[in-house]
Design a protein around this ligand. Structure first.
Ligand SMILES: [Zn+2]
Length: 532
């Protein structure tokens, strides 16, 4: 009789299997789940060399599956970028204090970065400018990113990026200027990339970032993740980290993001679907619109405070159709960023077009965000088998700015996860790091309570139970990764990707979910994280 390598007992073991079974114990052998069941069933598998973990009231879940987080960026920001997110920084003054300290630690000329402020949460209720940064950073380029598609550069950074009063605004971007025409440092939309493209990272930096990101995600219970929108050097960094055995989270890559048909042609030439269970290319990432905060998400109806503003469409329908078709016929999952109702219609039309022109079983194309789908879009999403990955943690962190932009009525319908799950649409929840931190405790809370960080109510029509919210991190999310037979639930034969939590989330009041914390994480039976 063969013994288990690892036994975790004294549950609850929240299996997330089709019967939604809660077991008492799990046995692991050779990296896979050997037995899930009652205490006696598992007990007899404990041999002299079996490691035994007693949960004593804590809970075990499948390792969480994250359907859309910019993991490399998360690693970069965690390893190299100062955190100036609310509530770390509550004012521009706080931002100055944090950034000044980073500048003091940096060598002259080195980039000093911060992210991600949100002026609606700052005491001064205004945008920072370069004049807030210049006094303490004469030698170093400093760039502080806003939560969405905006940032502020100091004078040195503007210099390096070549931005002067004579620089024209790029397409889809604005260089904010004062009355004299001088750039204030605030860069909106695509103008921000003039600076961010000037920042250079080496392969070493990126490998360090990936090591850091693995720690960040494992410490939050994640074991599988879709990395959306990486290209060339970044994919290389993943490959070399994997070759060194440093990539411990199962990483599924969507190549991109791709802005034109030419870029899509280039991508399908250069990359193909494939890899192993640790690193695999699965998709192509594209983008139709922007975000709610900067009023660039694309809607039929105008914004509440600017009824003439409807957002931007970054790519025309016909070109998008061709791009999607190209990915579709080459076996890629296509993932399209679409937030406003009109953008979602555009994305859905492209998927419909691809499927009509070249039918393919289960391409599992994805709508990234999908905050305001129309009834008609939902019907087509369901019919086409399109998957939705959405970011309920934004309701918590960015909900107040959503309310300001769109008003309460439209926000009540934002991210209709209950409706979508009810229609059988596979919904995955993610954090879109570095927009928000990868905190599944906030994810569960926001999905269940639909309240903002300041306590504003976003309506309960689309609220779900804790169990349903947790499912969005497991079984339906695994479908997005094409690994549903290997991850996403605790079942015999699947990988022993597991997470231990400080308490059973199914047993507590919603408010307590914010205290839910991962204590230990296993990937393929190997412990990759343990809280001290
Ligand atoms: Zn994203």
């Amino acid at each position: 009789m063969s013994f288990a390598d690892l036994v975790i007992k004294n549950g609850p073991v929240i299996t997330m299997d089709a019967k939604r079974r809660i077991a008492d114990a799990v046995a692991v052998k050779d990296g896979a789940i050997m037995v899930v069941g009652s205490e006696p069933e598992v007990k007899r598998l404990i041999g002299p060399d079996t490691e035994v973990i007693d949960l004593v009231g804590r809970a075990l879940t499948p390792g969480l599956v994250n359907t859309h987080d910019h993991m490399l960026e998360q690693g970069i920001s965690s390893a190299f970028v100062a955190d100036i997110r609310y509530p770390k920084a509550r004012s521009i003054r706080d931002i100055q204090v944090i950034m000044e300290e980073r500048v003091r630690e940096a060598s002259p000329g080195q980039w000093v970065l911060g992210h991600a402020w949100d002026e609606t949460l700052l005491e001064e209720r205004r945008f920072p400018t370069r004049y807030d940064l210049d006094p303490f950073s004469p030698e170093n380029p400093v760039y502080i990113k806003r939560v969405f598609q905006m940032g502020v550069a100091n004078t040195k950074a503007l210099e390096i990026a070549g931005i002067t009063k004579y620089t024209h605004d790029p397409e889809f971007g604005t260089i904010e200027r004062n009355e004299g025409g001088e750039p204030t440092g605030l860069l909106r939309g695509k103008a921000a990339t003039l600076v961010t493209d000037a920042i250079e990272w080496t392969l070493d930096d990126r490998e360090k970032a990936i090591r850091q990101a693995c720690i960040d995600y494992h410490s939050a219970g994640f074991t599988t993740l879709i990395e959306p929108g990486v290209l060339e050097d970044k994919i290389e960094a993943y490959r070399s980290s994997h070759a060194k055995g440093e990539l411990t989270i199962r990483t599924l890559i969507q190549v991109g993001f791709l802005r034109s048909l030419d870029e899509a042609k280039w991508a399908v030439e250069k990359y193909s679907v494939g890899g192993d269970d640790t690193l695999r290319i699965i998709g192509l990432k594209m983008m139709v619109d922007g975000g709610v905060g900067p009023r660039t998400a694309l809607f039929y109806e105008g914004y509440k405070d600017r009824s003439d503003v409807h957002g931007v469409q970054m790519i025309e329908q016909e070109e998008l159709n061709e791009m999607v078709h190209l990915g579709h016929v080459n076996g890629f999952q296509v993932a399209i960023h679409a937030i406003g109702d009109k953008a979602i219609d555009v994305a859905v039309a492209a998927y419909e077009h691809a499927q009509r022109r070249a039918p393919r079983p289960e391409p599992r194309h994805q709508i990234v965000h999908c905050y305001f789908p129309s009834e008609d879009a939902l019907t087509k999403i369901e019919e086409l088998g399109v998957m939705v990955n959405t970011q309920t943690p934004f309701l918590y962190f960015l909900g107040d700015s959503f309310l300001e932009a769109l008003g309460p009525e439209r926000c009540e319908e934002c991210m209709p996860v209950k409706t979508m799950a009810g229609r059988g649409i596979p919904v995955g929840i993610s954090h879109d790091a570095t927009v928000t931190q990868p905190l599944p405790n906030v994810g569960l809370y926001a999905t269940v309570a639909r309240r903002t960080i300041n306590g504003a109510d976003l309506g309960t029509a689309e609220a779900v139970t804790v169990e349903e919210a947790l499912r969005f991190y497991t079984v339906p999310a695994a479908l997005h990764t094409f690994m549903e037979d290997k991850v996403g639930s605790i079942e015999v034969g699947k990988y022993a990707d597991l997470a231990v939590w400080n308490f059973n989330p199914l047993d507590v009041e919603p408010e307590r979910l914010l205290d839910w914390e991962c204590q230990m994480t296993f990937v393929g039976g190997r412990r990759v994280f343990a809280r001290e």
